[in-house]
Write a protein that binds this ligand. Structure first.
Ligand code: NDP
Length: 328
């Protein structure tokens, strides 16, 4: 039985989900839904329709899992509970502080309608959260470290673009090598924000703009840059297009801990991601969790789940017997 996927929202992530579905033979794309004029949204899969978002509920019987690819700020808090009333859903909600509230809203909707809704799927939250949980459970006496990058931070790039005189910008978050080395050596260092990451900014300024003022505004921007060592490079529009048009990201989740009667032995657990494309990787994680949502719903489960609630076997296209052959 093929799992029929709907995509709601066709931005970077929506396109990534479309690509991921192509690479999972047990899935097929049923339709893409958008709030924009469907005629203006071009997708890659031949023969699949782009439809207005209002048409989705009428296609309930043709979609097993609806993947919600809207933005976390304003789309998903409304769309995920709304569509959980009609579909099994998966989203990548990443506003960390609001996850408990989002969970409650989706749980109420999915619980009532008898669907499964898996929220906050991706890499952070998502695979990083899972690896922090596993490492903490295995080494209760220890310390967690998360480093992000090198990668593009969309939020920080947007913050720079809002400065008067800035035409375009790309911001990279970069882990500090010496901090990483110390953590990997099991030294359990106390690290400040500034000691863990630096921020590299590539900025295209408008003609005649005061570069000194723009640089000052960036490096002193509270919350975004003031607590970091920030470097600003002014470049041309062509250079930005040529060298900085990708959306790479990644990072490291590391836990160092101790075992033994007197905690005499130390251990370091490390999970690392080096991603050429943040949205395509996030989408690949989401699609595996869509398989889980489908299977869990088929078993009669309902309500909201996070990556913590989904057993790994549900993610794999292999069945239990096949998986047991791969335990070693
Ligand atoms: P985008 O801004 O590319 O897309 C968000 C939505 O914007 C789309 O679904 C689309 O909806 C709408 N949109 C409006 N106009 C356009 C346009 N001209 N072109 C494309 N889309 C348009 O965001 P991303 O896809 O990059 O990211 C979505 C969310 O994924 C982020 O908010 C973030 O929270 C989350 N995320 C989570 C990660 C994790 O690890 N958990 C990692 C990366 C991202 P419509 O088609 O209806 O107009």
């Amino acid at each position: 039985m093929t799992i029929r996927i709907g995509i709601l929202g066709y931005g970077n992530l929506g396109k990534g989900v479309e690509c991921a579905v192509k690479h999972n033979p047990d899935m097929e794309l049923a339709a893409v839904f958008t709030r924009r004029d469907p005629a203006g949204v071009k997708i890659l899969t031949p023969g699949v329709k782009v439809l207005p978002v209002e048409a989705a509920v009428g296609m309930k019987d043709q979609i097993d899992v609806m993947i919600l690819c809207g933005g976390s700020a304003t789309d998903l808090p409304v769309q995920t509970p709304g569509f959980a009333r009609h579909f099994n859903v998966v989203d990548s909600f990443d506003t960390h502080a609001n996850i408990p509230q989002h969970f409650e809203a989706v749980d109420a909707a999915a619980g009532e309608s008898g669907h499964v809704g898996i929220i906050s799927v991706g890499w952070d939250p998502g695979m990083f959260s899972l690896n922090r949980l596993l490492a903490g459970a295995v080494l209760p006496e220890g310390r967690d470290y998360t480093f992000w990058g090198k990668g593009v931070s969309q939020g920080h790039s947007d913050a720079i673009r809002r400065i008067p005189g800035v035409k375009d910008a790309r911001q990279y978050t970069v882990p500090v090598d010496s901090a990483l080395a110390s953590v990997r050596a099991g030294e359990n260092p106390e690290l400040t924000t500034r000691q863990k990451h630096t921020r590299d900014c590539y900025v295209v300024a408008e003609e005649g703009a005061d570069l000194k003022r723009i640089e000052e505004e960036i490096v002193n921007m509270p919350n975004y840059f003031a607590d970091y060592d920030t470097t600003v490079h002014f470049i041309s529009e062509e250079e930005l297009q040529r060298d900085h048009s990708g959306i790479p990201h990644g990072g490291f989740v590391i836990r160092s801990g101790h075992t033994g009667w007197d905690s005499e032995h130390s251990h370091v657990i490390e999970y690392s991601l080096k991603l050429d494309s943040n949205p395509e990787f996030t989408a690949s994680v989401i699609v595996a969790y869509a398989r889980a949502a489908y299977r869990m719903a088929a078993e009669g489960q309902k309500g909201c789940k996070t990556v913590f609630d989904v057993a790994p076997a549900y993610l794999s296209p292999m069945d239990g017997a096949e998986l047991r052959k791969h335990l070693l």
